[in-house]
Design a protein around this ligand. Structure first.
Ligand SMILES: Nc1nc2c(c(=O)[nH]1)N[C@H]1C(S)=C(S)[C@@H](COP(=O)(O)OP(=O)(O)OC[C@H]3O[C@@H](n4cnc5c(=O)[nH]c(N)nc54)[C@H](O)[C@@H]3O)O[C@H]1N2
Ligand SMILES: Nc1nc2c(c(=O)[nH]1)N[C@H]1C(S)=C(S)[C@@H](COP(=O)(O)OP(=O)(O)OC[C@H]3O[C@@H](n4cnc5c(=O)[nH]c(N)nc54)[C@H](O)[C@@H]3O)O[C@H]1N2
Ligand SMILES: [Mo]
Length: 758
């Protein structure tokens, strides 16, 4: 852990001197090379390199430094000068390494050589690439393709992702779970069923035209810091920013722009949120129902008194379906029920509703605080319901704005990474490549885990990520992993997933996006899609961490060649030598989305994929935007009970998913530890627990009673009663695999039933 533990409230705004200081610390901590500052200066700019951290938009007119503190961390992390060579494994067995923390594993440095697990010595040993590919190809030929899992984490480029999905399907598997299955799949399902488009309908520039932002369950200060610039500009224009979050996140309260010298000198931060509502975890459906109730009843009154209507009746009549049922549900819900289920006083809900009723253009922003719940899809539907009431979709400055996570997670779906056959143009692929793709539903993340548990899965191949650590239920999942016949990981750094080998196990090191990708036709460009459906090229220019590294497209091409019968329609060698040819293939499969793909790589601000709902074309079953009545007001999927808490598993400011950069959560005032649990003062009093006391969190539902995490230090915190917060991934073992969003199967990581044991 290194640092001393200290916990005290953080009084400074997000950004500011804290983030500048952090930048210097980061390069020192990561021991990153001298190229790091050169890479940062090119970050998120046309012809530059697109940040490997979040999926926030890259403006057409970037700042001089178009990167944030956490983007810099991600860059420095990838550019570390430390190396994990085969010698590292002479010194450390996997058994020993399983005792290491996530932080220490990744801190060891970049992987340099292809490795194979040697069970006799319990170590990874170097292997040659050709030998490894041949062995894997041969093994795959012996399995039922429907028993093989092809996981992808949302960082891989459009080119690699397209090749990955095609490889899996040509082999005969539709088991293509990806990180989105743990993340915004709830959005893909919820927005699709409500408005016919599975992604944000807004552009980055819509933030210049909105007059209110309704902001739910997303933490920009840590997870999408460049968004703070847009929020700051909104705040200065007088835009109302209405936040719903159980925690007071500093990034939503105040921002000090580190790129503004005058403000830095005077410490003059900008206040962001105009209202801050600390809703209970899982209380958003109820809060939104409250707003809907007030707005609809205000409109009922206006109708009686013949004054100006509050709802956009023209829009509702022309564009929507299901209004009456929703309005009836809202009118029938009592104020007392809304207060109880949301944890918010009615006056607060009315204050928010008044802003909504007056605003001309509203953006609804959200993240994991809405998607990672049993009723996550209801959360998304409620947000859409709110927008539809006043025609806030498909006009400037208005619409849903989910903030995506991984830098290309949205793009992976666009080019075919999905277990759902209906989301892929299978006929087009069949024709283009002359093969018969699988047509049945494949495994998503939860289904893949179930298959590993009950022995139906024979192999797991992971294109990036840290699957075994990112999923729930570690106590059951980790031991099950050894039952797989084959595991293969493509990665840049060592992580926990690599330490639970199948009977045969390979670990392949690959180039990172920041590095020069030199192939037979010259240096390559890769592409990605951001949260606003803008697509950009990215050119790495840093020196690769090791001469042995292969690019992801090259690794996929070699695996495909070793696994599949040769097919004259797919020139894997041509593709890995020249990614432009992959983009041509993508354009053939998706002619409308990717027209002139190769010519548009460096359009400033990217080129837009298009979105039917953004011009009010609703590709739903009814052909209209759907109002949806939620199945319940409590999104948690479980009942409250004496002594039961709703656990939110959170990211700190010093991590990227399972990558732990350090032990500081600056904005929340935690320094030197991740073993904490945030708890409300009154709950502590009732339970007789003192600040700083060590406690255990124990699962508290039928199926998770034997799951526990010990040694957590209680931190008294401004958090609603009945809710506690702790860090992901350390607390993932408390989440039962079957505790997931009903329709999207996203693990319900933001409300896990637990008890606190002193
Ligand atoms: N630096 C950094 N950047 C990242 C990541 C990272 O780990 N580190 N991860 C990337 C990825 S893959 C993703 S998906 C995104 C994640 O970014 P976010 O969507 O911000 O995800 P979280 O940090 O998990 O938590 C979201 C917020 O939801 C709130 N919350 C929890 N439960 C509820 C609830 O019931 N209702 C409401 N209204 N709010 C709730 C929490 O208090 C927290 O502020 O960030 C991406 N960017
Ligand atoms: N309890 C709980 N669980 C969660 C969440 C939560 O909020 N709470 N969030 C969920 C979410 S939103 C997500 S997206 C998932 C994240 O799940 P994943 O995407 O699977 O995990 P990451 O931690 O992003 O993966 C980190 C690893 O990626 C590898 N890597 C980094 N760069 C590259 C690259 O360029 N190429 C390759 N091949 N590998 C690379 C490195 O080896 C690194 O160790 O976790 C989910 N799990
Ligand atoms: Mo994510």
């Amino acid at each position: 852990m290194g640092d001393d533990v200290s916990i005290k409230p953080y009084l400074l705004p997000a950004g500011g001197w804290g983030s500048m200081k952090s930048l210097v610390d980061i390069t020192r901590r990561e021991k990153s090379g001298k190229d790091t500052f050169a890479a940062l200066s090119r970050q998120n700019k046309p012809e530059g390199v697109m940040c490997v951290s979040c999926a926030w938009g890259k403006p057409a007119h970037p700042h001089i430094a178009e990167f944030c503190e956490n983007g810099a961390k991600a860059t420095a992390w990838e550019m570390t000068t430390l190396r994990v060579t085969p010698d590292f494994f002479c010194e450390h067995t996997l058994t020993e390494l399983r005792g290491w923390k996530d932080f220490d594993l990744e801190q060891a440095g970049r992987l340099t050589h292809p490795l194979k697990y040697d069970a006799a010595t319990d170590r990874y040993v170097a292997v040659s690439w050709p030998e490894a590919f041949a062995d894997i190809g041969g093994k795959l030929q012996g399995y039922d393709p429907k028993s093989v899992i092809f996981y992808a984490s949302g960082r891989a480029s459009l080119e690699a992702s397209y090749m990955w999905a095609l490889y899996a399907r040509m082999y005969g598997s539709q088991n293509l779970p990806d990180s989105s299955n743990m993340c915004h799949e709830t959005t893909s399902v919820g927005l699709k069923s409500a408005i016919g488009s599975p992604v944000a309908t807004i552009h980055l520039t819509d933030y210049e035209h909105c007059d209110a932002i309704f902001y739910f369950g997303q933490n920009p200060g840590s997870n999408s810091p460049r968004f703070l610039h847009n929020l700051e500009a909104c705040a200065k224009r007088g835009v109302e920013i209405i936040v719903f979050n159980p925690l007071k996140e500093r990034g939503l309260e105040r921002f000090l722009n580190p790129q503004n010298p005058i403000k830095m000198a005077t410490n003059g931060s900008t206040q962001l949120a105009t209202q801050y509502h600390q809703v209970k975890a899982g209380g958003d459906i109820a809060a939104l129902m409250g707003i809907l109730k007030w707005v609809i009843e205000a409109d009922d009154d206006a109708c009686v008194t013949d004054s100006e209507p509050v709802l956009d009746h023209g829009f509702i009549a022309e564009h929507t379906h299901g209004f009456e049922a929703l309005a009836a549900a809202a009118r029938a819900t009592s104020i007392a029920t809304i207060e109880r289920e949301s944890g918010l006083p009615w006056d607060d809900i009315v204050a928010a509703a008044r802003v909504y009723a007056k605003a001309k253009a509203v953006i609804a922003v959200y993240g994991m605080g809405l998607t990672q719940h049993v009723r996550g899809v209801d959360n998304v539907h409620m947000l859409v319901n709110l927008l539809l009431l006043r025609g806030n979709i498909g006009k400037p400055g208005a619409g849903p704005g989910p903030v995506r996570g991984h830098s290309n997670v949205q793009g992976q779906r666009t080019v075919g990474i999905t277990e759902k056959p209906e989301l892929v143009p299978l006929d087009a692929l069949a024709k283009q490549f002359n093969f018969e793709p699988p047509r049945a539903l494949g495994w998503d993340t939860v289904a893949a885990c179930e298959a590993v548990l009950d022995g139906r899965a024979s192999a797991f191949i992971g294109l990036g990520g840290n699957f075994v650590r990112a999923i729930p239920d570690h106590g059951r999942m980790e031991p099950a992993w050894g039952g797989l016949d084959l595991t293969v990981h493509v990665a840049t750094k060592l992580n926990r997933s690599h330490l639970v080998p199948g009977k045969t196990c390979y670990l392949f090191p690959c180039l990172g996006r920041i590095e020069t990708d030199m192939q037979a036709s010259g240096p390559q460009t890769v592409t990605m899609e951001d949260s606003f459906s803008q697509i950009y090229g990215s050119k790495g220019k840093a020196t690769p961490a090791s001469p042995q590294l292969l690019s992801e497209p090259m690794i996929i091409a070699e695996l495909a060649k070793a696994t599949l019968l040769s097919n004259p329609k797919v020139n894997w060698d041509g593709w890995s030598a020249d990614y432009g040819q992959v983009r041509d293939a993508i354009e053939t499969t998706y002619p409308e989305l990717f027209k002139d793909f190769n010519k548009r790589l460096f359009v400033p601000g990217g080129f837009w994929k298009g979105n039917p709902a953004s011009h009010r074309e609703w590709q739903t079953e009814s052909g209209r935007a759907e109002f949806n009545v939620p199945g319940a007001l409590n999104a948690t999927g479980f009942d409250d009970a004496e002594g039961r808490f709703r656990l939110m598993t959170l990211r700190s400011n010093d991590q990227f998913n399972t990558t732990i950069y350090g032990y500081h959560d600056r904005f929340r005032g935690v320094k030197g530890t991740r073993d904490i649990v945030f708890m409300n003062k009154d709950d502590m009093t009732v339970a007789g627990i003192a600040n700083g006391q060590s406690v255990s969190l124990v699962g508290d539902s039928g199926s998770n009673a034997d799951r526990r995490v010990d040694g957590l230090r209680v931190v008294e915190y401004e958090i609603p009663r009945g809710c506690v917060g702790a860090y992901y991934p350390e607390c993932n073992l408390l989440i039962p695999l079957d505790h997931h969003a009903i329709e999207s199967h996203v693990p319900a990581a933001k409300s896990v039933p637990v008890r606190i044991v002193a």
